[in-house]
Design a protein around this ligand. Structure first.
Ligand code: CP
Ligand code: NVA
Length: 305
């Protein structure tokens, strides 16, 4: 996998996704003796939008493996004054061993990857959030000891995180049921790609209207903000479309499997997509989930760089 870009889970086979998760687990088991694995390697992180978890877990990951990094906002770079993505990529290629970038348009990442020979990792785009989704599969595997046959219910916006979970579930044999209001379903092309893959892996991928239908038999209930970064102008329209029906409440949780787990990529908007009683309650594994971002990214960096 050395040298590959990591832009979407769609580019990786189930075996490759497992290899990244297994590497993360291996490094975790090694404990303190991982500090030389990426010695002398240098990572550039670029953020066009805010980040807490992704930025800091990537910084922690590379440093724990003996490498170094710099994190920069888009507008701190000449990108903010109009230098092209292609020219930026060609330059960074001469300095660094990898680029991790969070962008508005997924096309920016594709362009960056085209002009940089070093690996480009998607730290979230409008379309996908593959590091989040793959670390979520690691989280589920750590908790349930398996992925195949697990059912994940997605409640809310068919957004970037939902897209990456759809692609990952379809490859890894996880059933996924998405409940979204009209007009906020996952993109048709992503859904179709996931459904094609699911026929090979033998799992079920569906989009339904009712949250109650999605959570039936679910092992995992997952939600995300109704208002992704960059969509603040749609706030009122979105809250009207999603609330109260698509809020994850204790009542909704009670319709899933009795030992179901609640997941959220975070940041959470308490009282919008989820209530405090769920986020802070006994079914919630959101902090364990956040921790695994760092473990998964250690495995990812170790294999790509
Ligand atoms: N889940 C996630 O990507 O969080 P940040 O926006 O804090 O990086
Ligand atoms: N869907 C959210 C995820 C944040 C980690 C967003 O794009 O803002």
């Amino acid at each position: 996998m050395k040298g590959r870009d990591f832009l979407t889970l769609g580019d990786f086979s189930a075996e490759e996704l497992w290899a990244i998760m297994k590497e993360a687990l291996r490094l975790e088991q090694l404990g303190g003796s991982v500090s030389e694995i990426l010695k002398g390697k240098f990572l550039v992180l670029i953020f066009q939008k805010p980040s807490t978890r992704t930025r800091i877990s990537f910084e922690a990951a590379i440093k724990q493996l003996g490498g170094e990094c710099v994190s920069l906002g888009w507008s701190e770079m000449q990108l903010g004054r109009g230098e092209t993505i292609a020219d930026t990529a060609r330059t960074l290629d001469r300095y660094a061993d990898g680029i991790v970038a969070r962008v508005f348009s997924h096309g920016h990442l594709v362009e960056m990857a085209e002009y940089a020979a070093i690996p480009v990792v998607n730290a979230l785009s409008d379309l996908y959030h593959p590091c989040q989704a793959l670390s979520d599969f690691l989280t589920i595997y750590k908790k349930l000891g398996k992925l195949e046959g697990v059912k994940l219910a997605w409640i809310g916006d068919g957004d970037n995180v939902c897209h990456s979970l759809l692609l990952g579930c379809s490859k890894l044999g996880v059933d996924m049921s998405v409940a979204s209001p009209p007009g906020f379903e996952p993109k048709g092309e992503v859904l179709q790609a996931a459904q094609r893959e699911s026929r090979k892996s033998g799992c079920k991928i569906e989009v339904v209207r009712e949250p109650e239908a999605a959570v039936r038999g679910a092992d995992i209930i997952y939600t995300d903000t109704f208002i992704s970064m960059g969509l603040d102008e749609e706030r009122q329209r979105r809250l009207q479309a999603f609330l109260p029906k698509y809020q994850v409440t204790l009542k909704l949780l009670q319709l899933a499997n009795p030992d179901c787990l609640f997941m959220h990529c975070l940041p959470a908007h308490r009282g919008e997509e989820v209530v405090d009683e769920v986020l802070d309650g006994p079914h919630s594994i959101v902090w364990f989930q956040a921790e695994n971002r760092m473990h998964l990214q250690r495995g990812l960096l170790s294999l790509l760089i």
